[in-house]
Design a binder for this molecule. Structure first.
Ligand code: RP5
Length: 159
């Protein structure tokens, strides 16, 4: 089970891309809003009960002063994947990228690219696949499909 959280409902358009990938591999997930600044008690409750509730990985996305992934990581031993989001009043996304990326030593967040929610879903699936051979096979098929897709374009470009 993967937990997907975001700082605001306005992040949903990006974060549901992580959910879409998990769904495509039939990985169960939950998806909800948890704001580090507007619902701090909910953040503590969510992250401190996450493991007990059966979550194995948490994907956390936020824009601007994006403290959600780091704060969640500080409250759980589960791996946390951070998704920086380009929000409407952002400084080109750098505010979010750096807030999530520049974690202090001891509390890592695996940070994907700006708006990189699909990759966050893939990374979560890869973590789950370390103890699930069936899932590992599905990921292998997925990666092979990427290779075939690119090779399929090779002949389309003639000298
Ligand atoms: C962050 O501020 C959220 O993650 C969102 O990306 C950004 C803007 O939030 P709203 O003002 O749209 O709720 O906390």
């Amino acid at each position: 089970m993967v937990g997907i959280i975001m700082g605001s409902k306005s992040d949903l358009g990006i974060m549901e891309q992580a959910a879409d990938f998990l769904k495509s591999l039939e990985i169960p997930y939950e998806l909800t809003v948890v704001s580090a600044h507007r619902t701090p008690e909910r953040l503590f409750d969510y992250s401190k009960t996450a493991k007990k509730r059966g979550l194995k990985v948490i994907i956390a996305g936020a824009g601007g002063a994006a403290h959600l992934p780091g704060m969640v990581a500080s409250c759980t031993t589960l791996p946390v994947i951070g998704v920086p989001i380009l929000s409407s009043n952002s400084i080109d996304g750098w505010d979010s990228v750096l807030s999530i990326l520049q974690m202090p030593s001891g509390i890592p967040v695996a940070t994907v690219a700006l708006n990189g929610a699909t990759n966050a879903g893939i990374l979560a699936a890869k973590i789950m696949a370390t103890s699930d051979e069936n899932l590992a096979k599905k990921l292998e098929d997925f990666q092979n499909s990427l290779t075939e897709k690119v090779l399929g374009t090779v002949d389309e470009i003639k000298d």
